[in-house]
Write a protein that binds this ligand. Structure first.
Ligand SMILES: Nc1nc2c(c(=O)[nH]1)N[C@H]1C(S)=C(S)[C@@H](COP(=O)(O)O)O[C@H]1N2
Ligand SMILES: [Mo]
Length: 414
């Protein structure tokens, strides 16, 4: 990095985007002497043989963060993606967040069918192997639970990791059949406005999907990151509704009923409906808002050296593509545009990065995303004011991380 860039340490230590291009000057590598001969064990004898199904290095210590103590027992709980331990944008299948209302059914695809019925010319039933013969599409999309980040709606900030606080979001390459192929085949009545999707789990989870969405990007997903869906993600098939609250992407999909009205199931009346401050409720508010968070440095990390760091995180929007992300190191007084990955995709996670110089100054790191519609991620106060004080769905307020002069990073509210 040239001296000019270094001197241009602005706004709490953030460096301009172009400083990233001179990473070689960060001086992070330690000097070394070539060892005379192999000394480590793994260089002295042959290692493990090949395996049937690969596992991560035990040294990487990757695991989902479990939400303990769901009132209805472990089968009704969730686990979140350890966002702080990952980089890039794809969530490995083993770390995709989980949210089940009645546990994970063990479905034998030979005994599972998908039925399409209701206001159609010809009701249809598909076996798994029938569906495998249809033309498919592949898209990268995020999936976010509408309860993601609800802990930041609580009165006191919890000292948790980025994943524990915000990890009910994942991003994968989904492959499946556009739903409109099947709807066309069945011949949907002109009066039909809704598709009622039901799961084959013990909860029989059911949601109503507006026909306009169903005819657009919705798919019957069969593959995730190249392999058949994992049981936790809906094997053998799930509905996938891009950009919308995760709940409507019904897993273990068993039927689709076409009708003129929504079904008004439990999941779209008592749950996943938002009470507004004026006492009215917002129903079928499906699209997820524009949102971002810094994944490193983030909650419960400790900065163990002074110098240059890369501030990095993820941004997404249910309205389409992320247009920009700004980063603040002074609690939102000043903002600096971050570098986005080269190919931001619509309705998928986008990685952002910005260099930051930390010399022991107490700082508050934040990120603020803007999407292609010009929607800007709101402050925590603005996000909370949108709903009644009891509300916790669709929270997309700015995440703030306090870095103490000792380098300890903690969730805070500003
Ligand atoms: N059949 C069925 N579908 C379901 C659920 C469920 O419990 N049963 N949970 C929903 C919720 S609330 C979310 S956020 C997503 C979670 O998907 P994932 O576990 O693959 O991350 O699935 C949705 N689809
Ligand atoms: Mo959810």
């Amino acid at each position: 990095m040239d001296q000019d860039s270094i001197n241009q340490v602005i706004d709490g230590g953030l460096l301009p985007r172009r400083a990233l291009l001179k990473a070689s000057a960060l001086g992070l590598a330690t000097s070394f002497v070539l060892p005379a001969r192999a000394t480590e064990n793994w260089m002295l004898h042959a290692g493990e043989p090949q395996s049937d199904y690969g596992q991560p290095s035990p040294f990487a210590r990757l695991k989902r963060e479990q939400t303990g103590g769901h009132p209805l027992g472990p089968a009704a709980g969730s686990s979140s993606t350890p966002l702080q331990d990952l980089n890039g944008t794809i969530t490995p299948n083993s770390l995709h967040f989980e949210r089940h209302h009645s546990g994970i059914p063990a479905i034998d695809p030979r005994r599972h069918t998908l039925t399409l019925y209701g206001d159609v010319r010809q009701p249809l039933q598909f076996r798994y192997e029938d569906l495998l013969a249809y033309p498919m599409e592949t898209h990268q999309y995020f999936l976010e639970c509408s309860g993601n980040s609800f802990r930041n709606t609580l009165a006191t900030p919890l000292d948790l990791t980025a994943g524990s606080l915000n990890g009910l979001i994942s991003n994968a390459e989904w492959t499946g059949i556009p739903l409109h192929y099947l709807l066309d085949e069945a011949g949907v009545a002109d009066s039909a406005r809704w598709v009622i999707a039901e799961g084959a789990d013990a909860a029989g989870m059911t949601r109503s999907v507006p026909m306009s969405l169903a005819l657009d990007k919705v798919m019957i997903a069969l593959y995730q990151n190249g392999e058949p869906l994992r049981p936790a993600q809906g094997y053998p098939m799930r509905l996938f509704v891009p950009g919308c609250e995760g709940n409507i992407s019904v897993k273990w999909l068993r039927s689709l009923k076409i009708q003129a009205q929504p079904a008004y199931t439990r999941e779209e009346t008592s749950k996943y409906t938002e009470l507004l401050p004026n006492g009215k409720a917002e129903m079928f508010s499906l699209a997820m808002g524009v949102k971002s968070l810094i994944t490193s440095p983030s909650g419960r990390m400790t900065l163990n050296r002074k110098g240059l760091y890369e501030v990095t995180g993820l941004a997404w929007s249910g309205a389409g593509t992320i247009r920009g992300v700004e980063v603040s190191a002074d609690g939102g007084i000043s903002w600096e545009p971050a570098v986005l990955q080269s190919d931001p995709r619509p309705l998928a996670l986008t990685r952002f990065r910005l260099p930051w110089r930390w010399v022991g100054q107490s700082s508050i790191l934040q990120s603020r995303a803007t999407d292609e519609q010009g929607q800007v991620q709101p402050s925590r106060a603005t996000a909370l004011a949108r709903y009644s004080p009891a509300g916790f769905y669709h929270y997309n307020g700015i995440q703030s991380w306090h870095v103490s002069s000792a380098g300890v990073v903690k969730n805070v509210y500003v």
